[in-house]
Design a protein around this ligand. Structure first.
Ligand SMILES: Cc1cc2nc3c(=O)[nH]c(=O)nc-3n(C[C@H](O)[C@H](O)[C@H](O)COP(=O)(O)OP(=O)(O)OC[C@H]3O[C@@H](n4cnc5c(N)ncnc54)[C@H](O)[C@@H]3O)c2cc1C
Length: 444
């Protein structure tokens, strides 16, 4: 369960693991750092023999306690090789700990790319797919949808291979399994030929964005916007495939925009807002509302950017037709409750998929993400927003803060029982359970 806002600087006792957001920590009994499949299976077998629970951890970029454990923590940062690139089938097989940034570099070298990505490249591929990480694009699904085969270490330490043809029920569940389906040792991803994106970033009135949302979403390969609380402005980003050469933004300009403006200057504004919350509405008006930025770059360089300002986040998936209603209710709630919010609200879209625990399962979806700067209280904001989203058939992102339980989540996922049946097959003893899976999936 999401706790109170973490203090800004808290010294961690030795042996504690902390996530990127600084709002979750755990003290594993043991840490295992496998570099081979043999070491990985041995770690799970030893835990099974000793009656310990086990949890893989990727890059720790989830805001929930999804990656926490009191038992054996399996760190996969040294289990990160590119195993094979099949140029003909455009498929790549990787060890599960590889980061999205390293994967993207390797693919670029082979003339391939992931069709879509989220907004950072720091996550491990297995952490990203396990929580339903997604980017934006009305015709594009989340990252788990790119998985065409996988290999996982089950509760007794045995290795299971799964794909649409082999063990299809396990495949369906383990593509997005919250770490509860075992430890993925490798995944094979379906890629596309490398491509470049032309990015166009400009401010628009948020009411105009909402009035024209269908054209904006359907008329661009990837469209998203950030509504700036306490203002009527939204910063829009439209990314489209192009044959134009890379250009339009020098390295110095890229550093100025991505590092200085979006991180250093924004971080300073957040710090001032944390000290003087009532200044936040005035500070928000400093967000530029004129000018258009245009540039062309390799796809992954456009999708992802550095994130240095730490925060806590909640994100909900909703049927896309509820986008404007949900955002307008959120705007009203922030105003009525007198909340001071320095972080923009991010809105994205995705295509439906057929993965049992996917937040986009079976429906055209929009995603609304709300953030609070690290060290600022978020409970009232997140609970109020969750009530709005839940009333509109919302499904929370598995890696971002929410207050739901298995009882409230099960009715939102038509294939809930299929997931649970597959989970019982690979982990009958609850070896991969933790407090989070107990809460959101229920005990095994
Ligand atoms: C700055 C920032 C930006 C983000 N941007 C986006 C975004 O654009 N879109 C989006 O959807 N999300 C986004 N997220 C959320 C993030 O993508 C997810 O939380 C993701 O799970 C993080 O990956 P990780 O490697 O850090 O996983 P962790 O947080 O370390 O682990 C997540 C889960 O994956 C499991 N896991 C890890 N490795 C394995 C394995 N080998 N086998 C089985 N289970 C495993 C863990 O046990 C845990 O249950 C963002 C988060 C941050 C902090």
């Amino acid at each position: 369960m999401a706790g109170p806002a973490p203090s800004v600087r808290r010294r961690q006792p030795a042996g504690y693991w902390t996530n990127w957001g600084g709002n979750q920590r755990c003290a594993p009994e043991e840490i295992s750092r496998p570099t081979t499949l043999g070491q990985l299976t041995a770690a799970v077998k030893a835990a099974a023999a000793g009656g310990q629970v086990v949890k893989a951890v990727g890059s720790g970029h989830s805001f929930t306690d999804v990656a926490c454990t009191s038992g054996v923590q399996v760190r996969l940062d040294g289990y990160d090789r590119i195993v094979d690139i099949d140029r003909e089938r455009m498929q790549v097989t990787v060890q599960s700990g590889v980061t999205i940034a390293a994967l993207s570099e390797a693919l670029a070298g082979a003339g391939l790319a992931m069709p879509n990505l989220g907004d950072i490249g720091y996550q491990s591929i297995s952490g990203a797919i396990s929580t339903g990480t997604h980017g934006t694009g009305a015709k594009l699904c989340g990252l788990a949808h790119q998985v065409s085969a996988l290999e996982l270490v089950s509760g007794d330490g045995s290795v299971v291979s799964a794909s649409a043809e082999e063990e299809p029920e396990i495949f369906a569940a383990a593509r997005l399994g919250l770490g509860a389906m075992g430890i993925l040792s490798s995944v094979t991803l379906q890629c596309v030929p490398a491509f470049r994106l032309k990015a166009e970033e400009k401010a628009m009135r948020v009411d105009d964005v909402l009035a024209g949302i269908d054209e904006l979403v359907e008329g661009n390969d990837h469209f998203e916007f950030y509504w700036v609380p306490h203002t009527g402005w939204a910063l829009t980003k439209s990314n489209n495939r192009t044959d134009e050469p890379v250009g339009g933004r020098s390295r110095a300009r890229e550093w100025y925009e991505q590092v200085f403006l979006e991180n250093v200057a924004f971080g300073a504004v957040c710090r001032v807002g944390r000290m003087r919350p009532h200044w936040i509405p005035r500070l928000a008006t400093a967000v530029p509302s004129t000018g258009t930025r245009r540039y062309v770059a390799r796809s992954d360089k456009v999708f992802t950017s550095p994130r240095m300002v730490r925060f806590c986040e909640m994100e909900y998936s909703l049927p896309r037709e509820h986008l404007a209603t949900a955002l307008n209710r959120l705007r009203q709630f922030i105003e009525d409750a007198g909340l001071m919010v320095s972080f923009p609200v991010e809105v994205r879209v995705a295509a439906p998929d057929d993965i049992p625990l996917s937040t986009s399962y079976g429906r055209q979806s929009c995603y609304i993400a709300i953030h609070m700067y690290r060290g600022m209280p978020y409970d009232q904001y997140f609970r109020g927003a969750e009530a709005i989203f839940a009333a509109l058939e919302g499904r929370p992102h598995w890696g971002k803060l929410h207050y739901q339980t298995a009882a409230t989540l099960a009715p939102r996922y038509p294939k809930w029982d299929e997931f649970q049946a597959a989970r019982r097959r690979v982990d009958p003893d609850g070896r991969f359970a933790n407090a989070y899976t107990d809460r959101v999936l229920g005990p095994i």
